[in-house]
Design a protein around this ligand. Structure first.
Ligand SMILES: C[C@@]1(CC(=O)O)c2cc3[nH]c(cc4nc(cc5[nH]c(cc(n2)[C@H]1CCC(=O)O)[C@@](C)(CC(=O)O)[C@@H]5CCC(=O)O)C(CC(=O)O)=C4CCC(=O)O)c(CCC(=O)O)c3CC(=O)O
Ligand SMILES: NC(=O)C1=CN([C@@H]2O[C@H](COP(=O)(O)OP(=O)(O)OC[C@H]3O[C@@H](n4cnc5c(N)ncnc54)[C@H](O)[C@@H]3O)[C@@H](O)[C@H]2O)C=CC1
Length: 177
């Protein structure tokens, strides 16, 4: 008998004191960082360039931007405890970033190969990792999130239909009033 894939359990996690590193600063990254600003002030974005929406988020929230194009060789060095010298950081002093302090990594670059290397390095170090281009490699899925009267609602279709997930989230938001 074929085994049916079970849905993922919606575990609600305290992220308020956890550092989250998002590698990539485009459309997907901005959408996810916007969601995460509700849950933690410890957000780091690493990307050589960021989109307009991310730029606006950097102005509104205490997000650290490390302006850097990550190289696959550097990611592999994560295994040895990579120590990043940050290039340019939004409103903050120059500082070292030690991946050992990172709780969760979001790989959101448009370089699928790099995303894959990031996933591998994180898994080796036991860091929770999500990549936007391949659901089979994710430790967890990024949910659509909304909130009604302080009740957080997270939605997920197990990667079957993200577009529908978005539509359901929008329907819920219309019901709010
Ligand atoms: C599995 C998952 C893993 C993860 O990334 O965590 C994943 C994977 C992938 N998504 C893809 C495509 C799209 N994703 C969206 C939208 C969202 N995707 C999100 C989550 C997830 N996406 C995870 C669980 C999904 C689930 O619940 O089923 C949301 C909920 C959260 C967020 O991203 O913030 C957000 C809605 C947020 C909101 O609106 O509230 C849209 C629609 C749109 O953008 O309008 C499209 C175009 C679809 C189309 O056009 O049909 C591709 C192909 C990429 C490619 O082209 O290569 C992959 C890769 C793959 O399937 O392997
Ligand atoms: N999971 C999801 O919901 C969806 C996922 N995707 C996937 O997400 C990927 C990214 O999509 P977008 O955000 O729209 O792309 P985008 O082109 O807007 O952004 C890509 C970002 O990655 C950064 N980047 C590229 N190389 C880098 C490196 N070496 N180091 C650090 N940052 C680097 C760029 O500077 C840019 O900020 C797509 O290639 C696609 O595979 C696409 C649609 C939906």
């Amino acid at each position: 008998m074929e085994k049916k894939q079970k849905p993922y359990f919606p575990m609600f996690v305290n992220l308020s004191e956890q550092q989250i590193l998002c590698i990539g600063g485009g459309t997907i990254a901005a959408r996810r960082i916007r969601t995460l600003t509700r849950f933690t002030d410890h957000l780091i974005v690493m990307a050589p360039e960021i989109c307009e929406e991310m730029r606006e988020l950097l102005e509104q929230f205490p997000i650290m931007w490390i302006q850097k194009k990550l190289k696959a060789e550097e990611v592999i060095a994560i295994e040895n405890g990579i120590h990043e010298k940050s290039a340019e950081i939004n409103g903050c002093e120059k500082t070292d970033l030690n991946f050992q302090d990172i709780y969760m990594v979001l790989a959101t670059t448009n370089d699928d190969e790099l995303n894959h290397v990031i996933v591998k390095a994180c898994k080796e170090r036991g860091i929770l990792v999500n990549t936007c281009d391949d659901k089979s490699q994710c430790d967890f899925y990024f949910p659509a999130v909304t909130e009604i009267d302080g009740i957080v609602i997270g939605l997920n279709s197990g990667g079957k239909d993200p577009k529908k997930v978005r539509e359901v989230r929008q329907k819920i938001e219309k019901m709010k009033c």
